[in-house]
Design a protein around this ligand. Structure first.
Ligand SMILES: *[C@@H]1O[C@H](CO)[C@@H](O)[C@H](O)[C@H]1NC(C)=O
Ligand SMILES: *[C@@H]1O[C@H](CO)[C@@H](O)[C@H](O)[C@H]1NC(C)=O
Ligand SMILES: *[C@@H]1O[C@H](CO)[C@@H](O)[C@H](O)[C@H]1NC(C)=O
Ligand SMILES: *[C@@H]1O[C@H](CO)[C@@H](O)[C@H](O)[C@H]1NC(C)=O
Ligand SMILES: *[C@@H]1O[C@H](CO)[C@@H](O)[C@H](O)[C@H]1NC(C)=O
Ligand SMILES: *[C@@H]1O[C@H](CO)[C@@H](O)[C@H](O)[C@H]1NC(C)=O
Ligand SMILES: *[C@@H]1O[C@H](CO)[C@@H](O)[C@H](O)[C@H]1NC(C)=O
Ligand SMILES: *[C@@H]1O[C@H](CO)[C@@H](O)[C@H](O)[C@H]1NC(C)=O
Length: 447
């Protein structure tokens, strides 16, 4: 059997295409395993053994949120783990377990919790002073590192019994699970690390923990839901048409439960009452997202250009406190002024400076109110043009990525962007998407 030259050629082109597609897919799946805009972001839970007791130890547990723009919002974190042996929790300060479990074996002194897999939550603000320690009692709410490092921490103290009483006999807890407040985090195993060193309040003496172990938890959006939780729409001064969020951006499975904005149901008391499970009650839209971010290219000056960004809440049951917005655009390295939002450049890789984080000003718009007339916040951003790269063509003026509260939002497809009148560039974008489609088809057929 002899192979025709033409066939050989097409086969090698094909395998090249497959190879390219595989690399592309690998890049995509890798991008989902961690956050490219915050590659080192994590929540670290540190256990410092501060004293040994006759039957165990007392540990100070500190949770640090090292994520730049993903915070833990109300109703707060839930942390659970599995004990390695038959440990019990005698008492806790600054937090509590949700269940005591079966402590019937104990006479006299009854432990706080006897469960093999205790589940711990923060206390609410305003508990008596003798139940508090530093950084506790915030209802489990933890700020993001980028927004407020001093509030990006939560602590509690736990007194463990029926446990090892030396650093050789202690068994580390296993199977850490963090809800923040919903799913999304995956925690690694506890690892013994160098003991934490403390400075006394007068800063003249150092003390140190008897033993320290760390647990690191990272976030992955795919664990939360298969659909995005926000979407982006576009408009511009040079084209009257608005590019809406793609239809069903956030999945249309809740469509039957949504409420029309002119409905009489809105007059019901209780419609804005949050649910324990945080289930949303959405205003009916074609995108069915709780959050929409609108990016409007407003003015083109000689040296500068101006963008208006509005974030709208469509969830009747949610006030977003300490919200964050992250945008990636090549011109965000030359931000001149940001109006009515706080702003911070994010530089995850030293060489690339195209990402910015925005958040509300304290007591002004750091609360994004429930759906309705007040359910939006907005800003204008003034950017200095880099004349070598600035253009209004080919949708360059629109963001490459938008995140709200650390979740990536659904962007419109490239061929739907507002285009400059009389531009021939639409065809370019179009043929590119055809190429991509072909590549994907080939990939499907062959594998
Ligand atoms: C967690 O975040 C901190 C701060 O960014 C970083 O120093 C540390 O390396 C991270 N840990 C892991 C395991 O990624
Ligand atoms: C352990 O966690 C603390 C923060 O809670 C962090 O400062 C420290 O660097 C971590 N140690 C290691 C070895 O990851
Ligand atoms: C790990 O934790 C989960 C949930 O807390 C529990 O269902 C599971 O049985 C635990 N596994 C082990 C080995 O402890
Ligand atoms: C345990 O304690 C001994 C001294 O009591 C110390 O030398 C050793 O480094 C400690 N080990 C750990 C893992 O902390
Ligand atoms: C949002 O906050 C306002 C004012 O603090 C409050 O009246 C309203 O009930 C809250 N709505 C929800 C859904 O929590
Ligand atoms: C990144 O861009 C911002 C906004 O112009 C600027 O303030 C910041 O200094 C830049 N950072 C680096 C590392 O270039
Ligand atoms: C934009 O910012 C970069 C560094 O962030 C700087 O090198 C460049 O000169 C700036 N461009 C203008 C037009 O200011
Ligand atoms: C505005 O953009 C849309 C595509 O988003 C395009 O169909 C329309 O022709 C543009 N309008 C003008 C006046 O060019």
């Amino acid at each position: 059997m002899s192979r025709k030259p033409g066939m050989f050629l097409s086969l090698s082109t094909m395998s090249f295409t497959i190879w390219a597609a595989v690399i592309l897919l690998m890049m995509i799946s890798q991008a989902e395993a961690y956050d490219p805009l915050d590659p080192f972001g994590n929540i670290t839970i540190k256990w410092d053994v501060v004293s040994w007791t006759p039957d165990g130890y007392v540990a100070l547990v500190t949770m640090n949120n090292f994520q730049m723009y993903r915070h833990i919002m109300s109703p707060g974190w839930t942390l659970s783990w599995g004990w390695a042996k038959k440990e019990v929790i005698w008492s806790m300060v600054g937090a509590q377990t949700t269940e005591q479990g079966d402590c019937s074996k104990f006479k006299g002194n009854v432990p706080h919790c006897c469960k093999k897999n205790p589940t711990v939550v923060d206390l609410l603000p305003g508990v008596p002073y003798n139940q508090q320690i530093a950084n506790c009692c915030k209802g489990g709410v933890v700020a993001s590192w980028g927004q407020d490092p001093s509030s990006a921490v939560s602590s509690f103290q736990v007194s463990v019994g029926l446990a090892g009483t030396t650093n050789k006999t202690v068994k580390l807890p296993t199977n850490f699970t963090l809800l923040g407040p919903g799913p999304g985090y995956t925690c690694g195993p506890a690892k013994i690390v160098p003991s934490t060193v403390y400075l006394t309040p007068d800063r003249r003496r150092k003390t140190q923990a008897l033993m320290t172990w760390n647990v690191t938890c990272t976030y992955s959006q795919v664990l939360v839901s298969k659909n995005p939780r926000c979407c982006v729409s576009f408009s511009s001064f040079y084209n009257d048409s608005i590019t809406p969020c793609p239809t069903c951006s956030c999945g249309c499975q809740n469509k039957k439960d949504c409420i029309m904005s002119d409905s009489n149901k809105l007059k019901n008391v209780g419609i804005n009452t949050p649910r324990k499970d945080n289930a949303p009650l959405l205003q009916c839209t074609h995108h069915m997202c709780p959050i929409r971010v609108h990016w409007h290219v407003k003015i083109n000056y000689r040296e500068y250009w101006r963008v208006k960004v509005a974030v709208t809440n469509f969830n009747y049951r949610m006030n977003y406190t300490q919200w964050t917005l992250v945008a990636q655009h090549p011109n965000l390295n030359n931000v001149t002024q940001v109006f009515s939002f706080d702003y911070k450049p994010l530089v995850p890789y030293q060489s690339i400076n195209d990402t910015a984080m925005f958040y509300g000003m304290k007591f002004y718009n750091d609360l994004l109110m429930e759906a309705g007339p007040y359910g939006n916040v907005q800003t204008e951003i003034l950017l200095k043009k880099d004349k070598d790269i600035f253009t209004l063509k080919q949708g360059w003026a629109f963001p490459r990525k938008i995140y709200f509260n650390g979740d990536e939002c659904q962007l419109p497809p490239p061929d739907a962007y507002p285009i400059l009148p009389n531009s021939a560039h639409k065809n370019l974008i179009f043929s590119f998407s055809i190429l991509e489609g072909l590549m994907f088809l080939l990939f499907l057929v062959v594998v």
